[in-house]
Design a protein around this ligand. Structure first.
Ligand code: ADP
Ligand code: MG
Length: 285
């Protein structure tokens, strides 16, 4: 809004009448969720039921954290979302299509970076482009280098994984996934193995990359602070076969920074609310 109009709003209590708008001849198109689970049930072979009629929708570009006690089925949920496991009932869709692991719009980041130890950081990032035979060799190198730079490792491309710290290895792993430009990013406790300082840095890094690239993100964690800091919504899971205990909208301003965001009184409110839910979830086991 131009400044003149802003001044008008600031100095006038009365809101000027809106001009009457033409009525649309058609209702607006309903945008399909980027990711949707509809009545999903699942049990591991010979094991107990993990999910029974689980439904969840994630909007395009949304950042959703999945929080729950150990063993409640978080990794199982990610296996289902990625299409590596098929549900016994219900369905899972990515951009309206039944999920398949090879969908190019899907990207994964796991707890362990799992880099190829004999390949340099740059070649690790380039690997997926080579496998998919995307781009020429020179373009692959250029793109891999730009994603290494994006995660703050512009000068580390020649290094082997054992020459990098745990945090740096996880950055390479992130770059290796992002270089394939997925629109849906699935992350399973990606920073759980890092020390607190590296983990904090990676949380800020994750939000910086997300605000730049805008992927729909499902981030699994058992860390309440991490979930509140990162997410638009936090989904709390009950112990298996419990499903969703609650969903909390995190209405904290963006861009977020650890220094500022964690000091907001509302941050503590969300944290306490989620702590209560997790405690109840654990006691209901
Ligand atoms: P979380 O990630 O929340 O810690 P998981 O999804 O790994 O939980 O596990 C949920 C349940 O499924 C647990 O009871 C676990 O033992 C079981 N489970 C996980 N993976 C497998 C598997 N590959 N085969 C059989 N059971 C499994
Ligand atoms: Mg797990």
């Amino acid at each position: 809004m131009p400044k003149k109009n802003l001044d008008f709003f600031m100095t006038n209590n009365k809101i000027p009448p809106l001009p009457s708008l033409p009525q649309p001849s058609q209702p607006p198109a309903v945008q399909a969720a980027a990711l949707s689970l509809d009545q999903v049930s699942f049990a591991w072979p010979g094991g107990q039921q993990v999910f029974d009629a689980l439904s969840l929708q994630v909007r395009a570009g949304e950042f959703v954290a999945i929080l729950g006690p150990s063993g409640c089925g978080k990794s199982t949920l990610l296996n289902l979302l990625s299409g590596f496991q098929q549900p016994a009932g219900g369905n899972i869709r990515i951009n309206g299509n039944a999920v398949r692991p090879e969908m190019p719009e899907l990207g994964y980041v796991f707890q362990s970076p799992n880099l190829f130890p004999w390949l340099s950081a740059l070649d690790n990032v380039r690997f997926g482009l080579r496998m998919a035979q995307r781009l020429s060799a020179a373009e692959q190198i250029e793109r891999a280098q730009s994603y290494l730079a994006l995660v703050g490792l512009a000068d580390a491309g020649h290094k082997l994984p054992h020459q990098l710290s745990g945090g740096m290895q996880q950055r390479v792993s992130l770059a290796r996934t992002l270089v394939l430009e997925p629109s849906v990013l699935l992350m399973d406790e990606p920073f759980a193995a890092l020390d607190a300082i590296s983990r904090n840095a990676m949380n800020e890094e994750t939000l910086r990359l997300w605000s730049k690239l805008g992927q729909t993100t499902v981030f699994i964690t058992h860390d309440i602070d991490e979930a509140v800091f990162l997410a638009d919504r936090v989904v709390v899971l009950d112990p298996a076969p419990g499903g969703i205990r609650g969903i909390v909208d995190i209405d904290l301003p963006r861009p977020r920074s650890l220094a500022a965001t964690r000091r907001l009184p509302r941050f503590a409110d969300y944290r306490n609310d989620l702590m209560d839910q997790i405690t109840q979830a654990t006691q209901s086991a």
